[in-house]
Design a protein around this ligand. Structure first.
Ligand code: PEP
Length: 250
C-alpha cells in the first residue's frame, strides 16, 4: 500500500528563546541539504516564537506549528491563544492533547477533541496526542486507554490531510525509556485499525507518529515499525544535529 509521507515533528515545550533562531537555521539548512530524506519536518516552538519562526521558515522546506490552542476562535479567555491566531501567525500545525497538557491543565478527551476541531476550523493540521501511563500499561490496559482516548479526541471532519495522531506512552516521555518495537507495532496496528473503522479507507492515510524518548540512536528501529509514519520528538528536537539525526532515519 502507498504510505503517507512521514512527518518528523519537534516539540520544543517551554524551551527556546530568541536565540533558537540559530538552531532553526541549522535545521532548515540540514533539511535543504537532504539530511531529512523523504520526511516532512515540523518545528513547534513556544507561542512567542511562532510568528518569527514562520517568517524565517518561509521558502524553506520546513513547517512551523504550535503546542496548544484554545477551542474558541476569540473572546474573553485571558492568556489563551486561538487556532485562528496561530494560523494568522504563520503556523500550519498545532499539537493538541499532549500528556503534559492533559496532566498540567486537566485536559480531558472532550477538551482535546474541541481543540482539534478548532484547528481544523482554522485550517491547521491537528496533531492529536494519546498514550497510556505506566500503571495502565502494567495492568494490561494500554490498548483500552489508547482506544478510548482516540475515540474521544478525534475531531469531526478528520481526514488524512488535516489530522495526525501521535502515540506517546506517558512513561516514555522525557524518561529515556521506550517500548519495544513489538509493543509499538501492537499499538500502532491497533490505532490504524480504529482509524479505518472510524474513517474508512481514509484512515489508512492518517499519519500515526510515535513519540517518547526518540533519539538518533533508536530512530531507525522505531521508525521502521509498521504503521509508524514519523516521530514526535521532545528533548532531542532542541538540538539541530540530534533532530536531523532522527529525521535522517527516512
Ligand atoms: C514529547 O514531549 O512529545 C516527547 C516525546 O518528549 P521526549 O522526546 O523528550 O521524550
Amino acid at each position: 500500500a502507498n504510505r503517507p509521507r512521514p512527518l518528523v515533528a519537534g516539540n520544543w515545550k517551554m524551551n527556546g528563546l530568541t536565540k533558537g533562531v540559530t538552531e532553526l537555521d541549522a535545521i532548515a539548512t540540514g533539511v535543504a541539504a537532504g539530511e531529512a530524506g523523504a520526511a516532512e519536518v515540523l518545528v513547534c516552538p513556544p507561542f512567542t516564537l511562532v510568528s518569527r519562526f514562520a517568517a524565517q521558515a518561509a521558502g524553506q522546506h520546513i513547517k512551523i506549528g504550535a503546542q496548544d490552542c484554545h477551542a474558541k476562535p476569540s473572546g474573553a479567555h485571558t492568556g489563551d491563544i486561538s487556532a485562528e491566531m496561530l494560523k494568522d501567525a504563520g503556523a500550519t500545525y498545532v499539537i493538541v492533547g499532549h500528556s503534559e497538557r492533559r496532566t498540567d491543565h486537566g485536559e480531558t478527551d472532550a477538551t482535546v477533541k474541541a481543540k482539534a476541531g478548532a484547528a481544523l476550523r482554522a485550517g491547521l493540521v491537528a496533531i492529536v496526542c494519546i498514550g497510556e501511563t505506566r500503571a495502565e500499561r502494567e495492568s494490561g490496559k494500554a490498548l483500552d486507554v489508547v482506544g478510548s482516548q482516540l475515540a474521544g479526541s478525534l475531531p469531526a471532519g478528520a481526514n488524512a490531510a488535516n489530522t495526525v495522531i501521535a502515540y506517546e506512552p506517558v512513561w516514555a516521555i522525557g524518561t529515556g525509556l521506550t517500548p519495544t518495537a513489538a509493543d509499538v507495532k501492537q499499538v500502532h496496528d491497533f490505532i490504524r485499525a480504529r482509524l479505518v473503522e472510524a474513517l474508512g479507507e481514509e484512515g489508512n492515510g492518517v499519519r500515526v507518529l510515535y513519540g517518547g524518548s526518540v533519539k538518533p540512536s533508536n530512530a531507525a528501529e522505531l521508525m521502521g515499525v509498521d504503521n509508524v509514519d514519523g516521530a514526535l520528538v521532545g528533548g532531542a528536537s532542541l538540538k539541530a544535529e540530534d533532530f536531523l539525526g532522527i529525521a535522517s532515519a527516512y
